[in-house]
Design a protein around this ligand. Structure first.
Ligand SMILES: Nc1ncnc2c1ncn2[C@@H]1O[C@H](COP(=O)(O)OP(=O)(O)O)[C@@H](O)[C@H]1O
Ligand SMILES: [Mg+2]
Length: 233
């Protein structure tokens, strides 16, 4: 079943000096339970694509429909609610708050939820256990390795149990052994049914995806399902 429907999605960044077509006419349907890789050279539009999937930036034209919700038809406040409920974001730079310990960072997305404190803690502990960090809950980011900080960021993305995880170059600042551990962690989450869309330019990561799309100058140029050959040109 399809979770994401993208139609004729385009984004231009305009300034007085020039106009950049960051994305042009993307059509794509992504099934629930996918682990979709998005690859392409630097500047090909990968991050723009992900921010549009996540409801972070309005397209110039076209639509993104997730679970039958047309994101950019929602009023701003509802779009913010949608992001909170539906999307877990993971970024290359981890974006952890340095003066909060691991569990406090993971609790952040639950701040606005009307849940008893003990229940929030239980959810955050579960999320940290899920990423293998149950023994580091009270460490500050500065006391954790890069791979462990990434795990905290993943736990924070998971804590709300969002239908969709979006990750932008999550292994971009990790060494290759740690990258493989993190990719194995994502693959494990996917095996449990979690839908994931991941931007990467590390070609070693391709093995983990069950489908990979390529962007070139803002256009979708290739679409491959693992084990099959080219589906679209
Ligand atoms: N906020 C912005 N304002 C103007 N141009 C931008 C902005 N963000 C990205 N771009 C341009 O859009 C194109 C695609 O960028 P991006 O989506 O970041 O690519 P990637 O993530 O593949 O490196 C690039 O040419 C980039 O310079
Ligand atoms: Mg990028």
């Amino acid at each position: 079943m399809s979770l994401i429907e993208i139609n004729a999605l385009s984004k231009q960044y305009t300034s007085e000096a020039d106009c950049v077509a960051a994305l042009s006419g993307i059509d794509l349907s992504v099934d629930e339970g996918s682990f979709l890789g998005v690859v392409g050279a630097s500047g090909s539009g990968k991050s723009t694509f992900l921010t549009m999937l996540g409801g972070l930036s309005h397209p110039t034209s076209g639509s993104v429909v997730i679970d039958e919700i047309d994101l950019y038809q929602l009023p701003g406040e509802r779009l913010a609610d949608f992001r909170r409920e539906y999307i877990g974001f993971v970024f290359q730079s981890f974006n952890l708050i340095e003066y909060l310990n691991a569990i406090e960072n993971v609790l952040l997305p639950l701040t606005v939820k009307a849940l008893p404190k003990a229940e929030k803690y239980a959810l955050a502990e579960d999320a940290l256990a899920q990423v293998g960090l149950g023994h580091r809950m009270h460490h500050l980011p500065s006391q954790l390795s890069g791979g462990e900080q990434e795990r905290v960021a993943i736990a924070r993305a998971l804590v709300n149990k969002p239908p969709l995880i979006l990750a932008d170059e999550p292994t971009g600042s990790l060494d290759s052994a740690t990258s493989r551990e993190i990719m194995a962690l994502f693959a494990g989450l996917n095996a449990q049914g979690q839908t994931i869309v991941m931007v990467t330019h590390n070609l070693e990561n391709l093995d983990y995806f069950n489908r990979t799309i390529h962007l070139h100058d803002g256009k979708l140029t290739d679409d491959r399902v693992a084990g099959q050959h080219c589906l679209a040109s």
